[in-house]
Design a protein around this ligand. Structure first.
Ligand code: ZN
Length: 366
C-alpha cells in the first residue's frame, strides 16, 4: 500500500483520503493509517480523512486522526467537520479546542463544512461493518438470512451500528433521496418510518426490503445536524467551504448546487455569521493553499484567473430539498483559467477547465 501510494503521489495526486465510517475503510487501524500518512508527508501531500464517527465517539474519532497527523508529520484536512446526532448537540467548542491545540502544536490542519443540517449518504452505509464483509452479494444474502437479520437489527436499533456513527438509527430522520430502480421512485422523499407505515410493516422490514429491492443502490438524507455547531465551526480561521455533494439520485442533497452561494447569501448577508472578506477567504484562498495551488485562490497579477463575480446583495442558493438542481442567483460571471463560462448570467459552452496534478499545479500555464 505504501508503494502504490508513493507511486500515485509521484504521478501527481494531491494527497490521500480515507472513508473511515465506511467499509472497507473502517477496517484500517491507526498504525496502518500512520504508515500511509508517512508516505503522504514525504511527498508534501495532505491527508483528508472522513473520520470514524460523526455521532457517538465523534471527538475521539477527531482526536485519533489528529494524533495520526502529528505522529506521521502529515498535513491534515478534516472532511466536512461537524458534530452530529443528539449526543453532540452544542459540542462544537470541544472540537474547535482540539483543532486549536493541534494547530498550536504545529499540525498543518484545515477543515471544511457544508452549510446545511442533514447529512447525505447511502442507505447501505448504515449497516454494521461486519455485514459488508465479502462484498455486496454477501450483504444482500445476509439481509435474507434470519440470524444475520436479527443481529443487524440489534446493531441498528439497540446498540448503534458503526455504519451509523455508533448511534441507534432514528427511522424518522432517515429520508430516501434517490433510488437506482425506477420502479421504487415512489419511495423518494419518504422517511423509513413513513415507508413502513405506507407498507404496513416495521421500519426495519421497510429498510431491508428497500435495500434488497434496490440492490443497495438507495441514497438518503440523514437529518442529524445542529445549527449552532455548523455556525461555530464555519467561523474558525482554518475553515474552508466544501459541498460534500452527491449528484446522483432523483433528489440529491441541495448542498451539491447550493453550498457556496448559501455561504455568501444566508450566512454572510442575512445572518452575519461570517464577514464577507472572511467568507471569500474560506471559499478561495484557504482551499487553494490547502490543495497546494501556488497561483490560484487570490486575485493577483500574474495568477490564474479563476474568478466568480457575484452580487453580494442578491447572491443566494435556489436549490431546495424538493428541487435540488436549481442553480443559484446573483452570480453573473464565472471565469475558469481566464475564460468566461458564465457570461452576463448565461452559461457559455466553453470548457476551459483541466485536471490539476501536483506537478502541473506548480507549472505556469502556457
Ligand atoms: Zn462524508
Amino acid at each position: 500500500m505504501r508503494r502504490l501510494l508513493a507511486q500515485g503521489l509521484d504521478e501527481g495526486a494531491l494527497g490521500m483520503s480515507s472513508g473511515l465510517t465506511y467499509t472497507p475503510g473502517m477496517y484500517a487501524d491507526a498504525a496502518e493509517l500512520t504508515a500511509l500518512c508517512e508516505v503522504v508527508a514525504s511527498r508534501g501531500g495532505y491527508w483528508c480523512p472522513h473520520h470514524r464517527s460523526y455521532g457517538a465517539g465523534a471527538l475521539e474519532a477527531y482526536a485519533e486522526v489528529v494524533a495520526i497527523a502529528r505522529d506521521s508529520g502529515c498535513a491534515l484536512h478534516l472532511a466536512h467537520a461537524t458534530m452530529n446526532f443528539e449526543v453532540n448537540r452544542g459540542r462544537a467548542g470541544e472540537l474547535l479546542a482540539l483543532v486549536d491545540a493541534a494547530v498550536a502544536d504545529g499540525v498543518d490542519l484545515t477543515l471544511d463544512t457544508y452549510p446545511y443540517l442533514p447529512g447525505s449518504t447511502t442507505l447501505a452505509a448504515l449497516l454494521p461493518g461486519w455485514a459488508a464483509v465479502g462484498g455486496p452479494a454477501e450483504t444482500l444474502r445476509r439481509l435474507t438470512d434470519p440470524a444475520a437479520r436479527a443481529r443487524i437489527r440489534a446493531d441498528l436499533e439497540v446498540h448503534g451500528s458503526d455504519g451509523c456513527h455508533g448511534v441507534v438509527a432514528d427511522w424518522d430522520r432517515v429520508q430516501v433521496s434517490g433510488v437506482r430502480e425506477p420502479a421504487l421512485r415512489p419511495a423518494v422523499g419518504l422517511t423509513v418510518r413513513q415507508l413502513a407505515q405506507r407498507d404496513g410493516v416495521e421500519p426495519f422490514e421497510a429498510f431491508t426490503r428497500l435495500l434488497l429491492d434496490d440492490g443497495l443502490g438507495t441514497t438518503i438524507l440523514q437529518h442529524v445536524g445542529h445549527e449552532e455547531n455548523v455556525r461555530a465551526i464555519m467561523r474558525h480561521p482554518v475553515h474552508c467551504g466544501g459541498s460534500d455533494g452527491l449528484l446522483t439520485g432523483d433528489r440529491p442533497h441541495p448542498r451539491a448546487y447550493g453550498t457556496f452561494p448559501r455561504y455568501l447569501g444566508a450566512y454572510v448577508r442575512e445572518q452575519g455569521v461570517l464577514s464577507l472578506p472572511e467568507a471569500v477567504r474560506h471559499l478561495s484562498a484557504t482551499p487553494a493553499r490547502r490543495l497546494g495551488l501556488p497561483d490560484r485562490g487570490q486575485v493577483r497579477e500574474g495568477w490564474v484567473a479563476d474568478l466568480v463575480l457575484f452580487d453580494p446583495g442578491t447572491v443566494a442558493e435556489q436549490a431546495t430539498y424538493d428541487e435540488p438542481r436549481r442553480t443559484p442567483r446573483g452570480i453573473p460571471y464565472v471565469f475558469v483559467n481566464g475564460v468566461a463560462v458564465m457570461d452576463d448570467g448565461r452559461r457559455t459552452d466553453a470548457l476551459p477547465g483541466r485536471a490539476i496534478t501536483r506537478r502541473s499545479a506548480t507549472r505556469r500555464p502556457a
